[in-house]
Structures are given as structure tokens and as C-alpha cells.
Design a protein around this ligand. Structure first.
Ligand code: DQA
Length: 144
């Protein structure tokens, strides 16, 4: 099973950005944790991070018929991007949304998620472990 993990803007700043909200673990720690999950679960996992909305749309389009599941933390684009929502709908690949922080308990502008309208599950407030949970969910639901 091939899974694509997509991280949006500023996720590469983990460990530096707002540690009180996102924790002290770094982006490199996140990459390692996901690689470890891939090895343990015998999954082919590709990781992609971009600070650019169009690059994320391009990556989702390129995954058409090449990927069995998508885990996406669209970061700030969560709350603005109809383009990412439409790209997910276009490729129709099962997707799970992840947020490191509990967005429900934060500012009102974080209460809407456009990509989340497509995703079949959203995991929030679980820290970096949320990515592992999302991967395990896709494996359980669509693994082959
Ligand atoms: C985030 C939550 C978003 O509101 C924020 O813009 C992010 C990270 C999270 O993982 O908790 O950049 O997606």
C-alpha cells in the first residue's frame, strides 16, 4: 500500500514555532516517526512538505492512480483553501486530515476546514502521534 503524507506551510518549523502549541519535537523528528511507522507497518510512505498552496495542489494531482491513501496536514491552508479541497475531490483518493494542535479549542478562524470537507476522518490535538493514527486508519480501511 502506498501512502502520501503531505504537510503544509510552517510545519517544517516544528520545534521552533510556538512550542507551547506544537511541542518541542522537530520536523526531522516527524519525518523519522513517519518513516518508522512505514517500516513497522510494511507500508510505502512518501513524504512531502511545501509552504506553497499550488505546489500542494500539484502534488495531489500527481498522486492520481499512484497512491492508495493521503494523510494531509494542510496547516494554515486548512482554513482558506478551496483549491486543496477541489484537488482532493479530483483525485478521489481516501484521505485523512491531521492537526497537531486541538484546533477546536483555538481561534474562531481555525474552526473551518475546507480540505476536511473531503477527508473521511480528522485527527486533532494528538501531537505528532496523530500522523501515525491516520496512517494506521488508512491501512486498516484500505490496506492490501
Ligand atoms: C495546524 C493548525 C492550523 O490552524 C495552523 O495554521 C497550522 C498547524 C496543526 O497542525 O495544528 O499551521 O494545522
Amino acid at each position: 500500500m502506498k501512502i502520501l503524507v503531505i504537510n503544509g506551510p510552517n510545519i517544517n518549523m516544528l520545534g521552533i514555532r510556538e512550542p507551547g502549541i506544537y511541542g518541542k519535537q522537530t520536523f526531522a523528528d516527524l519525518l523519522s516517526l513517519i518513516d518508522k511507522t512505514a517500516r513497522e507497518e510494511y507500508l510505502d510512505i512518501e513524504q512531502f512538505q511545501s509552504n506553497h498552496e499550488g505546489a500542494i495542489v500539484d502534488k495531489i494531482q500527481e498522486s492520481y492512480k499512484k497512491v492508495d491513501g493521503i494523510v494531509i496536514n494542510p496547516a494554515a491552508y486548512t482554513h482558506t483553501s478551496v483549491a486543496i479541497l477541489d484537488a482532493l475531490k479530483s483525485v478521489a483518493i481516501p484521505a485523512v486530515e491531521v492537526h497537531i494542535s486541538n484546533v477546536d479549542a483555538r481561534e474562531s478562524f481555525r474552526q473551518i476546514s475546507y480540505p476536511g470537507m473531503y477527508c473521511e476522518k480528522t485527527i486533532k490535538g494528538q501531537g505528532l502521534d496523530g500522523y501515525r493514527q491516520a496512517i494506521l486508519y488508512l491501512k486498516e480501511a484500505y490496506g492490501k
